[in-house]
Design a protein around this ligand. Structure first.
Ligand code: ADP
Ligand code: MG
Length: 351
């Protein structure tokens, strides 16, 4: 359940239109699997595909933005960011900023048969997705001196903090932990912490906790079960989210959701491209399929979402179909096929 009111969804003839942006790396293969699964269970989704990759094409960003503004919803693969070229601004970051997709939400849960160091992890990670270190303001003032500017605003901290508390209340969560470095970044992170703390008073049913990001990292890898909802500014949120994904089995398992006031973009939690896995049929499709399930829930197709989610869960757990990243030897297509067989058996539920 999500805070806010998001009803600007394109729906014609009983079909939801959703923008699909395959991106780079394994994205196109994964979008292909999602389409196959959706089609198999007659999910009422009509994909409108738009291309945007790391190879810059004049006007492609505009085309993607128009498509997402029109449909309200998108599912995307990640776009490769070259970091040896200072002029190349991450197109993923640009897209999030242009659409003002200010909330990033990941749900990290252990899957019983996936080998992990810790059991019973269930953490919701809520990350401010537009400002802070990602403001994109850097310059070399004189040779050898670089200013990299982190900007935070009361307005944006308030909206992400509000989102976290509302999310906690709507989903029966008990605690929100604000992650910061206010001992060093006294003004910037100090403001973040102060706002989170003050707002907590409006939510008496949710316990407030705060933790410095270094300690939060250590606590996560040693005793992750203590965390419930984590509220984080942009960069710490990125790092902490990756730690949490690693704890539950890695980049192939967790999906990620991005919300603005009116738009939503679904992708994988760790936003990898998996370039080394392309064309080998070995990538774990779970993260992408879960992104598809999140998207179905978002547009209100709960029965289809539950069907696909349960079919995938059974394939991963009872049937133990594991790809290489989680210690198995199954191919991507074997997990997809097994999921389809499970869907076939569970299909009568839709009637
Ligand atoms: P690269 O672009 O070099 O492949 P990424 O940053 O995209 O690296 O991914 C980080 C690591 O996670 C890589 O080792 C990659 O193979 C792995 N990875 C990413 N996505 C998946 C996936 N869906 N299944 C299995 N492994 C994955
Ligand atoms: Mg990559």
């Amino acid at each position: 359940k999500l805070p806010g009111n998001r009803n600007t969804l394109a729906k014609y003839g009983g079909q939801h239109t959703v923008t699909a942006m395959p991106g780079d790396g394994i994205g196109p293969e994964m979008i292909g699997h999602i389409k196959k699964i959706f089609k198999y269970c007659n999910a009422p989704i009509n994909f409108e595909e738009v291309q945007m990759t790391s190879i810059y094409q004049d006007g492609d960003m505009e085309e993607v933005i128009y498509a997402i503004e029109r449909n309200g919803v998108a599912i995307k693969g990640n776009i490769e960011t070259k970091f040896d070229d200072p002029a190349f601004v991450s197109r993923n970051v640009e897209l999030r900023r242009r659409l003002d997709l200010w909330a990033n939400v990941l749900h990290c849960v252990t899957i019983p048969t996936v080998p992990t160091r810790h059991k019973d992890i269930d953490i919701v990670l809520i990350r401010e997705n537009t400002e802070g270190e990602y403001s994109g303001l850097e310059h070399e003032s004189i040779p050898g001196v670089v200013e990299s500017i982190k900007i935070v605003t009361q307005e944006k901290i308030e909206r992400i903090a509000r989102f976290a508390y509302e999310y906690a209340v709507l989903n029966g969560r008990k605690k929100v932990t604000a992650v910061h470095k206010a001992n060093i970044q006294k003004l910037g992170d100090g403001l973040f912490l102060q706002i989170a703390k003050d707002m907590a008073k409006e939510y008496p049913t949710v316990e407030f906790d705060q933790m410095i990001v270094d300690n939060a990292s250590m606590q996560l890898v040693s005793r992750p079960q203590q965390f419930d909802v984590m509220l984080m500014p942009n960069l710490y949120g990125n790092i902490i989210s990756n730690i949490a994904c690693g704890l539950v089995g890695g980049p192939g398992l967790v999906s990620g959701m991005n919300f603005g006031d009116v738009h939503a973009v679904f992708e994988t939690g760790t936003r990898n491209t998996g370039t080394g896995l392309v064309g080998k049929d070995i990538a774990n499709p779970t993260a992408f399929i879960r992104a598809g399930v999140d998207m179905l829930r978002y547009v209100g197709c709960h029965k289809h979402a539950d069907l696909i989610s349960d079919a995938l869960w059974e394939a991963l757990t009872e049937q133990g179909v594991h790809t290489g990243d989680i210690g198995g030897s199954a191919k991507t297509s074997e997990l997809v096929e097994r999921t389809l067989r499970n869907i076939e058996r569970m299909m009568p539920r839709l009637d």
